[in-house]
Design a protein around this ligand. Structure first.
Ligand code: PMP
Ligand code: PLP
Length: 497
């Protein structure tokens, strides 16, 4: 990022794990810098010769803006065709010493070994993207491409949290993405749930947990937190949170950031649904990219004067999950430690993904075109959310189920009032949840059980929730599925008529 006159990020040496401090640069990847020397013949790294790559071109058929729809793309003569060759013959060869900045990015480069942080071409694209979205206010920020946020979180947790050695814990929303919670389990990192309201994580509740930590976690206190280190990491999904659908307002983000500063906490900002912030009912959609970007709740990056935020972006929900590609944005120190792990774990995202996304997003669409795609996508999700909201109104028994349509993401969170279940006195919440789930399966609808997402699986639940996604089914099927869900709940609660 630009370095002009801004302070550098704080150092986080005291938060790194022993494992992370033991990571050294990959010798063979370090040697690649000499490849820029004019005339150098490499007998160094074991890069296979592209002559033996049995793929000489890729052809992509993609939407032609401004009509991004599948119907227009698949219609005769619709969409457009892009070709990626093995050797880019349309461009002059890179000038000496300029290899990394040359626009040329063909299969001979993309399908060979590269650097662990990803190709220079795709790295530049996501850096510029973050500059347009809102860069951090400190000087030494950077990016590293990832194999998606699932893998990125595993790398980050290993970098910052040592469960067995230091008794490290991570703060999360009280209901959190189940895979993220499952990532922490084998690392023996304890997840501590923070209370939520309609805007997601409640900063006062986070402050209270951290302020009272020393007495709650005192070695002799006997509870599950006894002897655990005060949490120094928050994992949060600020927009369209999975599973609750909650979106933190700008003021909420500021308040949470202030608590993180007060208690020396790093923030992992997991934002796969950031661009699925939907149109408020009755408002006109943005007509320009500028208006679109101004209308988004600001990312934590823009608040991050200390360099304590690691933002995870992912192409999964906004391009394709099978790309297994995303990136992190963070301080140079954290990006460097993360990259050292990537070198030994996955060597960054695969070359097919990088070259295909680069061709489409950078070369063909450019930033303006990609934002156009994202604007289109959020309108599609707005329509889907509204179909689900209408189906819920029509088919769910309001005496039992309550909900609020989300402002972002792909999930509708439903609260079921278990206290008026006919067997409320002799069945647990989990029993009733299971009964509803089984009724749903019997009637041909799958919903996610709220208990799957509880940050503290060892504590008895206090409420009964279900998660329904409006991402997957057609509008007709979504309506039918919610009708079946309503019937399954009525059956369980013995509501007839
Ligand atoms: N193991 C050995 C012995 C190797 O020589 C190499 C490639 N140099 C690798 C693993 C790395 O393999 P991959 O590209 O599948 O990560
Ligand atoms: N984080 C959250 C909050 C998610 O909901 C998901 C997808 O379900 C992911 C991360 C996974 O992202 P990726 O496909 O980039 O690994």
């Amino acid at each position: 990022g630009p370095t002009t006159g801004k302070p550098k990020a704080k150092r986080w040496d005291h938060h790194l794990t022993h494992e992370s401090t033991l990571r050294h640069p990959c010798k063979l990847k370090q040697a690649a810098k000499h490849l820029n020397n004019p005339g150098l013949i490499s007998l160094g790294g074991g890069l296979p010769c592209p002559e033996y790559f049995p793929i000489s071109s890729l052809t992509l058929h993609v939407p032609a803006p401004p009509d991004f729809s599948e119907a227009a793309t698949l219609a005769p003569g619709g969409g457009e065709t892009l070709t990626i060759g093995k050797y880019d013959t349309t461009l002059p060869p890179p000038s000496a010493g300029d290899a990394l900045h040359h626009p040329e990015y063909d299969l001979s480069i993309a399908l060979n070994y590269g650097q662990g942080n990803g190709s220079a071409q795709m790295t530049r694209f996501v850096t510029e993207h973050i500059e347009l979205l809102g860069a951090p206010p400190y000087a030494d920020w950077g990016v590293c491409l990832t194999i998606g946020s699932t893998g990125a979180l595993e790398q980050i947790l290993r970098m910052l949290c040592d469960g067995p050695g230091r008794g490290d814990c991570v703060l999360t929303e009280e209901f959190s993405f189940s895979t993220a919670l499952e990532t922490a389990v084998p690392l023996e990192v304890t997840t501590v749930g923070v209370r939520m309201d309609s805007e997601g994580l409640v900063p006062e509740a986070m402050d209270e947990i951290l302020s009272q930590w020393d007495s709650v976690a005192a070695p002799g206190s006997g509870g599950k937190l006894a002897g655990k280190r005060k949490p120094h990491v928050l994992y949060t999904v600020p927009s369209g949170q999975n599973p609750t659908g909650a979106t933190q307002s700008a003021a909420r983000r500021q308040a949470i950031y202030a608590v993180a500063q007060r208690h020396d906490v790093l923030i992992i900002e997991d934002e796969p649904y950031y661009y699925l912030q939907m149109q408020a009912p009755g408002t006109a959609p943005p007509s320009t990219v500028d208006e679109f970007l101004k209308g988004l709740v600001p990312t934590y990056l823009t608040l991050d004067v200390d360099g304590r935020v690691i933002r995870m972006d992912s192409f999964s929900k906004v391009v394709v999950p099978g790309s297994r590609m995303g990136w992190i944005t963070a301080s140079a120190q954290l990006v460097e430690r993360f990259t050292r792990h990537a070198e030994m774990a996955n060597q960054g995202p695969n070359g097919f993904s990088q070259v295909i996304l680069h061709k489409l997003l950078d070369e063909r669409w450019g930033h303006e075109g990609y934002f156009g795609w994202l604007m289109n996508l959020r309108m599609e999700y707005t329509k889907r959310r509204d179909v689900m909201a209408a189906a819920c109104e029509e088919f769910l028994p309001k005496e039992v189920v309550s909900w609020a349509p989300p402002q972002a993401g792909m999930f509708q969170w439903l609260k079921v009032n278990h206290t008026i279940h006919p067997h409320a006195s002799d069945k647990t919440i989990l029993d009733i949840e299971e009964e509803i789930f089984n009724n749903c399966i019997a009637r041909g609808v799958l919903v996610a059980r709220g208990s799957w997402f509880r940050a503290e699986q060892d504590v008895a639940p206090s409420g009964l929730y279900l998660r329904a996604t409006f991402a997957a089914a057609t509008p007709e099927n979504m309506r039918e599925a919610i009708r079946r869900l309503g019937a399954a709940i009525r059956e369980s609660f013995q509501l007839y008529g």
